[in-house]
Design a protein around this ligand. Sequence first.
Ligand code: TAP
Length: 487
Amino acid sequence: MQTQLFIDGRFVPALSGETLATLNPHDNSEIAQVSMAGRADIDRAVDAAKAAFPKWSNMAAADRGRLLLKLADAIEANADELARLESLDTGHPIRDTRNLDVPRTAATFRYFGGMADKIEGSVIPVEAGFLNYMTREPVGIVGQVVPWNFPLMFTSWKMAPALAAGNCVVMKPAELTPLSSLAIAELMAEVGFPAGVVNVLPGLGHVAGQYIAEHPDISKVAFTGSTAVGRKIVQASSGNLKKVQLELGGKGANVVFSDANLDAVVQGSAFGIFHNQGQACIAASRLIVHESVADELLERFIALARSIKIGDPLDPSTEMGPLTSQLHRDRVLSYVDIAREQGGRVLSGGKAPDLAALAKGCYVEPTIVAAKPTDRVAQEEVFGPFVTVSTFSSDEEALAIANGTEYGLGAGLWTQNLQRAHLVARQLRSGMVWINCYKRVSPASPFGGVGASGYGREMGFEVMREYTQPKSVWVNVDANIPPYYPR
Ligand code: TAP
């Protein structure tokens, strides 16, 4: 297990010598002491990235791609170890880290390995006598700041497109969950990424994260995290007018029409909110149900929620693990009181499980709360296994509720009516919409939101625009045409 900063191709301690314990949320025991980067360490990493940039950005794109493909293979070869490390550090059940997080991480590096030599420019049809072409160039040194909810996967979402495009990276994982990003850095060194191309520096958000956003030699900052910190990133980035990409919070609407297939709704909605203990920006955290099917749906949804097996993330039969930290667990539970204060009714859960074996961990039962759409619990991102339920009587009312928060990241709808499905999808104020499913993601499909959910997109060809900048080149190709505008 690597626990030091990865700078210029080597693992090194922080210049200050500072470390911080990373804990296992199952029992709050210490896993390891991890070096914490300060501003001087970020400077070292930026210098290493600057030194590596000319060679890396001029390397044949296919060769950059080949390294990403090799990394994907190395991730698969080390899948068990990576899954275990991620489960230990985050609390994700091992069945999820094995079946989802690790394969998706490899798939993302592989997709962008293939993408590296597919980024083309264009020729623009301008006036006769001139050739105008556009190339896409890397942005330069890219700063990346990621949260703790899917640290392994987000390392790939952030790094893979940036590297495919020819940028060099200085990345800060969350202080709570640095281990899997450091493991990826180790694999990168093994498969032959040149020193300095990637630097991974665990550190505190308000120190290392803030400095990455401020740094005068970093040309772009890509951030995934809360809306509140996203606003700070924008302010900090203004000094050198960096490019900013923000993947922020969400309050996913999950709309169930009266003609929906309720079997599918129950399963899909449970996955939508309880997978990863609800710690997902795209969690289906608001169940919005037509009044005619609400009683039947709720009865089945509550039964499923109560049957979910909570336990040690390393037990392969565990379906829901602990939240990632004690502080966050307390925050999630505080929303149960907030719900009650505004007249909300707890239909299921609302507390830590009564199991002695889980007493030291950060566990919360799957929680279902009936609440008004305007209540705080239906407006603010709880980021836990906590779903609000409200009802509607018309399609217009369903849309008004679904669009009635400041967020606009992911939303789902369930209906057998094709016309309604497409009409509502079009009217939802949301970067992503799932019809008769929820929380599908792919490296090929644009991911991101609108409003308080941020701007810019990850994944697919869209993200390559984020990590490149266009250059327009004019060539005078006809000696008979004066190279100036006639007077
Ligand atoms: P944040 O508190 O915003 O932290 C995210 C990252 O920002 C962490 O690495 C954090 O460092 C760092 N940070 C904190 N203060 C900073 C500052 N002043 N300047 C620069 N960086 C700073 O979010 P979180 O609680 O870890 O993660 C949950 C949030 O992320 C939720 O709102 C969730 O919706 C959002 N999220 C969004 C998406 C997408 S793709 N839209 C995906 C996942 C999560 P430390 O933790 O080390 O302090």
